[in-house]
Design a protein around this ligand. Structure first.
Ligand code: B16
Ligand code: MG
Length: 217
């Protein structure tokens, strides 16, 4: 057994419930393009970078756009999203996540963020969580989207801790795949049926503390 020394958290769907705003912002784009898009299809965008998400939505109706048009659409989506998250606060945090972060700090675990979002730092600042993180790796630091393990590997390097001593918390199937590919331990947040490759799955952090990591690993 390898001792756990650090945790890497995904952002959307693990720390904060922002997935609904991504969905709303993409829905507006899809509707303007006449593309059918719903909650179920949106599941495929969890953990996926902005441009890859746009490519997926366009592919649903075999729509082709030039690179310039794609940049414009992605920018419009992001502007919609930024308006939707302008007033978010700690009420949007997942249940129990704050107590777990406090407990990790108290017990001297290192903490990193590993998110595909280019808005991650803005979101952490808005809900005043940035000081908890020893390293923040987001969509601005990576060239390969999850399921590539790049974001978590960079987190591991920044913390100076080997992947086998790190637990990644992820809500997206592609994020779990990325963590396992990188040699990390991984706890899925959500439903088991969507996260079957995780070591353990739970629906949130309610009553989950550092001592529970020792119970799982
Ligand atoms: P942005 P995560 C991901 O964040 C979201 O799950 C995904 O839906 C989104 O498209 C992606 O970030 C990019 O976000 O447009 O803000 O750069 O789950 O990896 O924290
Ligand atoms: Mg996520």
């Amino acid at each position: 057994m390898n001792a756990i020394k650090a945790c890497i958290f995904d952002l959307d769907g693990v720390i904060i419930d922002t997935a609904k705003y991504h969905f709303k912002a993409w829905s507006e784009i899809a509707e303007n393009l006449g593309i059918q898009f719903d909650q179920k299809l949106n599941e495929n965008l969890k953990g996926v970078g902005r441009m890859e998400s746009l490519d997926y939505i366009l592919s649903l109706a075999n729509v082709t756009k030039s690179d310039e048009e794609k940049i414009e659409l992605a920018t419009t989506k992001n502007n919609n999203y930024l308006k939707l998250i302008a007033n978010i606060d700690r009420k949007e945090l997942l249940n129990g996540v704050l107590s777990f972060l406090d407990d990790l700090k108290k017990n001297n675990f290192l903490i990193a963020l590993g998110s595909s979002s280019k808005n991650a730092k803005l979101i952490l600042d808005t809900v005043q969580l940035s000081p908890y993180f020893d390293a923040i790796i987001d969509g601005n630091d990576t060239t390969h989207s999850k399921p590539d393990p790049e974001v978590f590997i960079k987190g591991s390097v920044a913390l100076g801790v080997s992947p086998k001593n790190i637990v990644v918390f992820e809500d997206a199937p592609k994020g779990v795949e990325a963590a396992k590919k990188g040699g990390f331990k991984c706890i899925g947040i959500g439903e088991w049926k969507n996260l079957i490759h995780a070591d353990y799955v739970m629906d949130g952090f309610s009553n989950f503390l550092t001592k529970d990591l020792a119970r799982i690993y």
